[in-house]
Design a protein around this ligand. Structure first.
Ligand SMILES: [Zn+2]
Ligand SMILES: [Zn+2]
Length: 281
């Protein structure tokens, strides 16, 4: 029964294998491109991909993912990007190794319940518009793009330990009925496939409807989200590294509460995979 609940995501996507299968796949992909011409989701420029190379470099390039706190993914002030501190000489004329894994002051002083956070972009114009289109505009095709960009961010972060199992931040039944889908699950599904990690959509549950954290005053957010989550089957969590997927991380309060709930049920480690991170004020 437990096995049935887990969506195994290591399939290769169907039976089209070998040279004939490859030709069929390429042909159907090019026919689809002709019938449904794609354009860049950010600038609208026509092309073969949902994101043009210029926008990919500008908003999701290595510089965006660089020099962030390993715990909460906030930018580290004064830190140099890996490209500057990679195998090349930096301004101080010294050759450095990879940048040290560093914590921001807030995580050092008050460690959250999660252990790591990885993000693909800053939650800022124009990326925020994409997030809103997925969340409220039913543009579900964007979830695959977000998953690909998150997977790219994982591959740019060599020290990032892959979780054993990933799950989305759960929505309550009322919110799920209103929206019709959980945008975090829509991202988690292709992300799990891309990373070769098992997905468990119902590893955690929301047992209490909460007011959206964005519309609650910062000092009331902890109380708003406290006790909102449950772990229906602790045996799935015990001793394992769990990855939590969400579209946006703002204060981190929701992810902190969810990680604390998972740790209370025995999770060994919790890592967040969030598409976009709100920059600190
Ligand atoms: Zn573009
Ligand atoms: Zn931090």
């Amino acid at each position: 029964m437990r096995g049935k609940l887990i969506e195994e995501t290591t399939d290769t996507g169907g039976a089209l294998t070998g040279p004939v299968g490859g030709l069929l796949r390429r042909t159907s992909a090019s026919v689809l491109r002709t019938l449904l011409p794609t354009c860049c989701a950010l600038c609208g420029q026509g092309g073969d991909d949902t994101l043009c190379a210029d926008c990919a470099a500008q908003f999701f390039g290595a510089a965006v993912a660089a020099a962030r706190c390993v715990c909460c993914a906030n930018p580290l002030p004064g830190a140099l990007a890996p490209a500057q501190h990679g195998e090349q000489f930096c301004a101080c004329k010294q050759q450095h190794g990879p940048p040290a894994r560093r914590l921001c002051g807030l995580c050092a002083a008050h460690p959250p319940a999660f252990d790591a956070t990885l993000t693909a972009a800053d939650y800022a114009t124009p990326v925020d518009q994409l997030v809103l289109q997925l969340k409220f505009g039913h543009r579900l095709a964007l979830a695959a793009l977000f998953a690909r960009l998150l997977r790219d961010a994982v591959s740019r972060q060599p020290g990032f330990a892959l979780p054993a199992l990933i799950c989305p931040v759960p929505l309550g039944p009322r919110r799920l009925a209103e929206r019709g889908y959980n945008q975090a699950l829509e991202i988690a599904r292709p992300l799990a496939r891309g990373l070769g990690v098992a997905l468990h959509p119902r590893l955690t549950a929301r047992v209490r409807e909460t007011t959206a954290q964005s519309s609650v005053a910062p000092e009331q957010r902890r109380r708003n989200i406290a006790g909102a989550f449950a772990v229906p089957d602790a045996a799935l969590v015990r001793g394992r590294h769990i990855g939590i997927v969400d579209d946006v991380m703002t204060s981190g309060g929701t992810l902190d509460e969810l990680a604390a709930t998972l740790k209370r049920h025995g999770a060994a480690r919790v890592s967040n995979l969030v598409f976009a991170r709100t920059p600190p004020r």
